[in-house]
Ligand binder design. Sequence first.
Ligand SMILES: Cc1ncc(COP(=O)(O)O)c(C=O)c1O
Length: 344
Amino acid sequence: MFNLKTLVRPNILALKPYSSARDEFKGSEGVFLDANENPFGTLNRYPDSYHKELKTVLSTNNNIPVENIFTGNGSDEIIDLLYRVFCNPGKDKTLTFTPTFGMYQVAADINDVELIKLPLHDDFQINTEALKPYLSAENVKLIFICSPNNPTGNCFQEEDVAFILNNFNGIVVIDEAYIDFSSTDSFAKYLENYPNLIVMQTLSKAWSLAAARIGIAFASQDIIQLLNNVKMPYNVSKLNQKAAVEALKDTKTFEANKKVILEQKTKLKSALKGLDIVKKIYPSDANFWLIEVEDANGLYEELVAQKVITRNRNSLVKNSIRITVGTPAENEILIKALLAISKS
Ligand SMILES: Cc1ncc(COP(=O)(O)O)c(C=O)c1O
């Protein structure tokens, strides 16, 4: 039986969160002499610490109640908060499937928590057999599932994720940073049935707002409350909340840009297929392709010399390079550079 309280660090359960001036007085009318702000200027007031307007738009767009939404300073902040809420340093463990996004490891190291890394199968799907012994381990608190996965690009099979949700009593975190580029449904549809599920998304990718640093977590009200208790009081600036609200309301631009990116992705694949230096293009549900080449280190350097910057993922997947889909002009520059290297 899932019991959230048994998973939370005791000091976090006992925490009396910081109470700001605006937590104590919630009205919007009046002379505000309560927060030691400067009375002059346009950015002189502290921002809304619970990002209510932003969450209202997210709630409408995703059909998820405001109470089930947390917004943070990028998904990176949320990953770190999850370690701080659930993992006792030096004692608890987390688990993920590799190769995957590097921040799960960095946040584990910062928080002095061991991250168990289970290698994915050759087709980059989850090895559920290898996972079984860890499912009931008492001190494994979180499982990070990145789907679509970075750097491989693929989504994980729904039945494997459902198997984990059904058999793990800790917290299952599904990182859907690239979900908007995928034709696969978000796992958010499972939230009502699984109190141990957290679905993370971000405005950094399909919503074109990497600079604004907006990460999102959808989860039970109890988990959202814990994240709110632990976060810094003003973790998302007023400027960034405003940028996010504007972007989220402009679904026309979002859809138009996404369409171009997905068309370009298909075009890029055809062009890559025609190059003899490209040995393999891995399936992708994201806005990038992972390709296998003869010599990733060499190719990466040759591209840099032509001022085309890709991501050398050789250390994670032998001789692989990850290529983000750019604008039509950027993709053309990439293909020209690859053609020149191919012929040399
Ligand atoms: C899988 C995954 N999750 C999270 C992030 C970070 O997102 P954010 O910019 O919201 O911190 C990235 C960034 O590359 C990512 O690839």
